[in-house]
Design a protein around this ligand. Structure first.
Ligand code: AHR
Length: 507
């Protein structure tokens, strides 16, 4: 457990770390990415043929290296909202025969130059797993089954043979499949009621699992805090009572997806906004339990985990989707990203996957130009988490003063605390212990009692900048990682507006 005690100003903050108390195994997939046919994410992002920075497939090598540095385990594709009018069959086969189509999510034209086989190839080059989202807008179940067959089947059947004809003998074995994207949203082509969605998701799930029982199916939730989440979970969990073809150790629905973007123009509401995401995880977890209890689901039927498959800082007014959503991230946003990730680690027991939205150019840590790559402020905490915060969440107790001002959303206040020092800790499989601390205060350095640490020598990685509004540009990298060492004794001072990762070898 991570416990938090709010203390008055003037009292010394403290953090105690309890490596022997392992809370949960962290699923590496919480460091997942997301690439949508939107703005410059695919075209000009991961795929930029003719650019000297690209390989023979047209894939940007600098982007591939960044994904590898980040060790991104899984990447969601092809949307997002884009998927609601996407026909996967347009994006396969000889390029000169692929049709260009109107695209209705971001109001553009999709050339289909990049499609399923290109994405699979790109995943193989990067060393990541694909996660495909099915079209619940204009798409039919027959098309979805065709896509699954194309990707995963080794039968002598039409779509499996089409894949072979297109140059790929072996199935891709795509494990993760989403049952639509944000089907509740008024912006969706074929927005649905929760009743219609639950029925459709269930029927599709049944057919998809009949074709390939090994896949992991992800239900389309909302924010985890809505009646949509309650309803679709309750119905689909209920219909899972008898398991998969009578086998109650297998389920039709494996994960429940939620999405939250946060943003505020003022620093503290911005940096504390991702506390809503942690509360949403807790609420979704409760809804999963409730669905199982209300429907008397046998314990043997696996409990769905949470797939937080879109999260990040994004203000769609500041960076409209139709204009490519190229957010310029500040240090304040980097601290918000660290608070999101702290929450994922603390709630690891429920987290099956999380995907930062998105991974390149569109609301992204990475920005390409014709001649290089910019690592935005939010890249740096993400990199430290993805590199080091793997293994088990371990117990900590934090005493810190609390921010008590306005929050965004306002319901954070009264449902979850907003400490100035937001922390989590991880025991790695390599014997290293990691303590991540985000000091969201704009003004105060905090001297923190860490006397129980039991460390000889501590590696310190600090992400900060001159003030909370600094950004990174091609010419000027204001935010990066500063590395130093600490003797691990007594008090450590966490500087104002910083993210700090302390790492030491367990003794
Ligand atoms: O990530 C950008 C968009 O945000 C996605 O397409 C959609 O699912 C969400 O509304």
């Amino acid at each position: 457990m991570a416990t938090f005690t709010s203390i008055p100003d003037g009292e010394k903050p403290s953090i105690s770390v309890h490596p022997a108390n392992k809370i949960a195994k962290i699923n590496d997939n919480i460091y997942g990415g997301f690439t949508e046919h939107m703005g410059r994410c695919i075209y000009g992002g991961i795929y930029d043929p003719g650019n000297p920075l690209s390989d023979e497939n047209g894939f940007r090598k600098d982007v591939i290296e960044a994904f590898q540095e980040l060790k991104v385990p899984v990447v969601r594709y092809p949307g997002g909202n884009f998927v609601a009018t996407y026909d996967w069959r347009d994006g396969i086969g000889p390029r000169d025969q692929r049709p260009a189509r109107p695209e209705l999510a971001w109001i553009g034209t999709e050339t289909n130059e990049f499609g399923t086989d290109e994405f699979m190839k790109w995943c193989e080059v990067v060393g990541t797993e694909p996660y495909l989202c099915l079209n619940f807008g204009t798409g039919t179940l027959a098309e979805a089954l065709g896509w699954l067959e194309y990707c995963n089947s080794d039968r002598d059947s039409y779509y499996a043979n089409l894949r072979r004809k297109n140059g790929r003998e072996k199935p891709y074995n795509v494990k993760y499949w989403a049952l639509g994207n944000e089907c509740w949203g008024p912006w969706q082509v074929e927005q649905m009621t929760k009743e219609d969605y639950a029925k459709k998701a269930w029927q599709w799930a049944k057919a998809l699992k009949l074709l390939d029982p090994t896949i992991t199916l992800i239900l389309c939730g909302e924010t985890g805090t809505s009646s949509w989440d309650y309803y679709v979970l309750n119905k689909c969990v209920k219909w899972s009572v008898h398991g998969l073809s009578g086998d109650t150790t297998k389920s039709f629905i494996d994960m429940h997806s939620i999405h939250i973007y946060t943003a505020d123009n003022e620093h503290l509401p911005n940096a504390t906004a991702p506390r809503a995401a942690e509360r949403a995880i807790q609420m979704t977890s409760a809804l999963i339990d409730l669905a199982r209890i209300e429907n008397k689901v046998p314990e043997t039927v696996p409990r769905p985990t949470i797939c937080f498959d879109e999260w990040n800082v994004w203000d769609p007014v500041r960076a409209p989707g139709e204009e490519g959503a190229e957010e310029k991230y500040t240090l304040s946003d980097a601290l918000a990203v660290a608070v999101f990730l702290n929450g994922f680690i603390r709630q690891a027991k429920d987290m099956g996957m999380a995907n930062i939205a998105q991974s390149v150019n569109v609301i992204s840590p990475l920005m390409t130009s014709k001649d290089g790559l910019i690592k935005q402020t939010i890249w740096w905490p993400l990199l430290l988490f993805s590199k080091y915060m793997r293994g088990h969440t371990i117990a900590i107790n934090v005493k810190s003063p609390e921010y008590t001002g306005r929050t965004n959303p306002s319901w954070i206040r009264g449902t979850i605390e907003t400490p100035y020092l937001d922390a989590c800790a991880v025991a790695g499989e390599d014997g290293w212990l990691n303590l991540a601390v985000t000091n969201v205060s704009e003004e105060r350095d905090f001297e923190v009692d860490l006397s129980g640490l039991k460390a000889d020598k501590v590696e310190v990685h600090t992400v900060t900048g001159e003030h909370v509004q600094v950004t990174n540009t091609a010419e000027d990298q204001q935010v990066g990682i500063q590395e130093s060492e600490w003797d691990g004794k007594g008090t450590y001072t966490f500087p104002k507006h910083s993210f700090t990762l302390l790492r030491w070898k367990a003794i």
